[in-house]
Design a protein around this ligand. Structure first.
Ligand code: PLP
Length: 405
């Protein structure tokens, strides 16, 4: 018998973005193979350098940022976050409602630990960014997946959400702009979700880490600004629009009737204290990032690299027979659909594993995002156009082996 087996609480926890296929890619790289990576939303390695002023401000503040700071984060950084959201219509916040974490990831885990008792339910989109499901499961909660409708721009299916609310439902998660679909939700769909949360007294978790990565004039609405009477927790950070994922800086902001959530907040405070504080020097980038000129616009407006890459990836993917794809309005991903009448794919993890082995292209299978059928995969649109062209050409060639019509 194994002396140190995996703990029971980890049995059902999965995070396939860095799962077995990713491990195989690392192994192949160690053997010297070159892999075309369309698998992780990490901008810097693809030539998306951080804005210079962010680097300068971190360096300037380094000598005075050697110690721990307040568990919730540096006052100046939290104040900048408060002011940012006040201008966006979140009016019930002060610095005590802001928590800075080592990435949004840490705050997601803390939130689930603070909220969920064994068996408590949280509504999570399907497909999802799988950390939410993993963190809810690890906390002992039950991730209940509500459908996002590919036929309707990947918007949440309100009827499906309604059908899945039970007396154990404590919260609903909205990821907008969405990873992995790239959907940007309309004000109306957000208002419909708010109404359900109001009726059933749910906390709204709003993961808005792609808030500033928008295409074709899409407009992002903060769900918290549409629900001032409800408890909302809004998440964002420096990893995507500011391209410093390695700095590990994220924040969450609580808005609304906090008196209803004294215990939850006490729990968050304790969990924040237990990990002492987030990386201190990097917090000096937050104020710089949030104010002033937003360099991400250079990449997403006409002529910008991210926009061009999204266009090219979408064009090439949809030219492959039997592949369809809703064109993303935001973020840096696509979630194409494979026609399983045309291609015989029963196990999507095996499919991306074989693609990696044979064509040296790395994708993430749809089931890695808790999608319920083996007929989707996620593409990251960060690589240069020539890399996307090469990868998608190889994918198209590889797919033909599965053709059954
Ligand atoms: N939320 C979403 C939707 C994401 O896609 C990611 C990273 O890809 C995160 C949160 C975590 O971001 P970080 O921990 O780098 O702040």
């Amino acid at each position: 018998m194994e002396r140190f087996p995996k703990t029971d609480k980890l049995t059902h926890v999965r995070y396939d973005i860095r799962g077995p296929v990713h491990k195989e890619a690392l192994r192949l790289e160690e053997e010297g193979h070159k892999i075309l990576k369309l698998n992780i939303g990490n901008p810097a390695p693809f030539g998306f350098d951080a804005p210079a002023e962010i680097l300068v401000d971190v360096i300037r503040n380094l000598p005075t940022a050697q110690g721990y700071c307040d568990s919730k984060g540096l006052y100046s950084a939290r104040k900048a976050i408060v002011q940012y959201y006040q201008l966006k219509g979140l009016l019930d916040i002060d610095v005590n409602d802001v928590y800075i974490g080592n990435g949004v990831s840490e705050l997601i885990t803390m939130s689930m630990q603070a909220l969920l008792n064994d068996g408590d339910e949280i509504l999570i989109p399907m497909p999802d960014y799988p950390l939410w499901t993993a963190a809810a499961t690890l906390a002992g909660g039950k991730a209940v997946h509500y459908l996002c409708d590919e036929e309707n721009e990947w918007f949440p299916d309100i009827e499906d959400i309604k059908a899945k609310i039970t007396p154990n439902t404590k919260a609903i998660l909205v990821i907008n702009p969405n990873n992995p679909t790239g959907a940007v939700y309309s004000r109306q769909i957000l208002l419909d979700i708010v109404e359900l949360a109001r009726q059933h007294n749910l906390i709204i978790f709003a993961d808005e880490i792609y808030e500033k990565i928008l295409y074709d004039g899409a407009v992002h609405h903060h769900i918290a600004s549409l629900a001032p009477d409800l408890l909302t927790v809004t998440y964002n950070g420096l990893s995507k629009a500011y391209r410093v994922a390695g700095f590990r800086q994220g924040w969450m902001v609580l808005n609304g009737p906090k008196q209803q959530a004294k215990g939850f907040i006490e729990g968050l405070d304790m969990l924040a204290s237990m990990r002492l504080c987030a990386n201190t020097p990097m917090q000096h980038a937050i104020q710089t990032a949030l104010g002033g000129y937003q360099s991400i616009n250079e990449f997403i407006l006409p002529g910008g690299r991210l926009l061009e890459q999204r266009n090219k990836a979408h064009e090439l993917l949809t030219q492959i027979p039997g592949i369809s794809c809703v064109k993303p309005k935001g973020a840096m991903y696509m979630f194409p659909k494979i026609d399983t009448e045309m291609y015989s794919i029963k196990d999507d993890q095996k499919f991306v594993f074989d693609l990696l082995q044979q064509e040296r292209v790395l994708l993430v299978q749809g089931s890695g995002f808790n999608w319920h059928k083996p007929d989707h995969f996620r593409v990251v649109t960060l690589p240069y156009v020539h890399q996307l062209e090469e990868a998608i050409t190889r994918l198209g060639k590889f797919l033909q082996k599965y053709r059954q019509d």
